[in-house]
Design a protein around this ligand. Structure first.
Ligand code: SF4
Length: 274
């Protein structure tokens, strides 16, 4: 791992302004993905901006829906009564991800920002357009049984690895963001990108923007399930997963929202069935 500077901040404003001053910096919270990327030389920020002291650890609910702070650990969100009672699909997806130890460290914001687990992305001896634009794609002719079947490009066939994000896409969540130009909200389905010609970009965050929360609108879904198919029963990324939320009345499906994971560069919403 290379040497880097370290700064601890205590407000979103300070986080954003510190990021603006240091172009080659990255925010760090749980670090469950970023530290691995740094150890392997995939990424080499000159400065880490530690955001763990920011007041973004609350889960709240009102008539409009549920808001989860960006620093809420995945394990806390999965066990929160508001989540398990009102949005059990999210709890199921969270518990399907990683190991208990990782869920204790990983945060809501970090889960959204985690990078692909394409093995060629992590092997700096291999070509990878996502790690190094225009270098090629090792997976295209390589070992790619866990790669994209929807929305891929000639430059990249990687998939987004999150389980949580698949549930959030099905639940029509919104990502709350703070940046130099103020606050904004991004619809979850518009947050992550398809690879196209710029696979190095995972999402539509602008430089220096910070995720502060995720909001799930209240809904009428009364049946839901997260199904994850994987090579091992635990601690494995999805070959394919599906998050299903249904509004069922008198045995009839009145409305449905379905998203798939492990199949594309972003959670894949099946809007035709909604
Ligand atoms: Fe890199 Fe994407 Fe190809 Fe994997 S699929 S090697 S992440 S360009």
């Amino acid at each position: 791992m290379i040497n880097f500077e370290y700064t601890r901040v205590s407000s979103a404003k300070a986080a954003v302004s510190t990021k603006a001053k240091h172009a080659a910096s990255q925010f760090i919270a749980g670090g469950t993905n970023l530290v691995d990327l740094m150890k392997k030389g995939v990424t080499a920020p000159q400065r880490l901006i530690d955001i763990n002291a920011l007041p973004l650890k609350d889960i709240s609910n009102d008539a409009k829906g549920l808001t989860i702070g960006a620093l809420v650990p995945n394990s806390v969100a999965a066990e929160n009564n508001l989540v398990t009672e009102k949005y059990p699909l999210l709890a199921m997806a969270l518990n399907a991800g990683a190991s208990a130890q990782l869920r204790n460290m990983a945060t809501t914001g970090g889960n959204i920002m985690q990078r692909t687990r394409c093995p060629y992305f992590y092997d700096i001896t291999m070509p990878c357009n996502k790690r190094q634009p225009q270098s090629g794609c090792g997976a295209m002719e390589g070992y790619n049984r866990m790669h994209a079947i929807f929305g891929a490009s000639e430059k990249c066939i990687a998939v987004h690895p999150s389980d949580m994000c698949v549930a959030l896409a099905a639940l029509n969540a919104t990502v709350h963001v703070s940046g130099a130009k103020g606050e904004k909200k991004i619809s979850f389905v518009d947050f992550h990108r398809l690879p196209g010609d710029t696979p190095q970009l995972d999402n539509n965050l602008q430089t220096g923007e910070l995720i502060t929360a995720v909001h799930i609108p209240s809904n009428r879904f009364n049946k839901s399930y997260y199904l994850k198919v994987r090579d091992r029963l635990s601690y494995a990324f999805a070959l394919v997963s599906v998050a299903v939320a249904l509004e069922v009345s008198d045995g009839v499906i009145k409305s449905a929202s379905i998203a798939m994971g492990g199949v594309a560069h972003k959670p894949w919403r099946l809007t035709v069935v909604s």
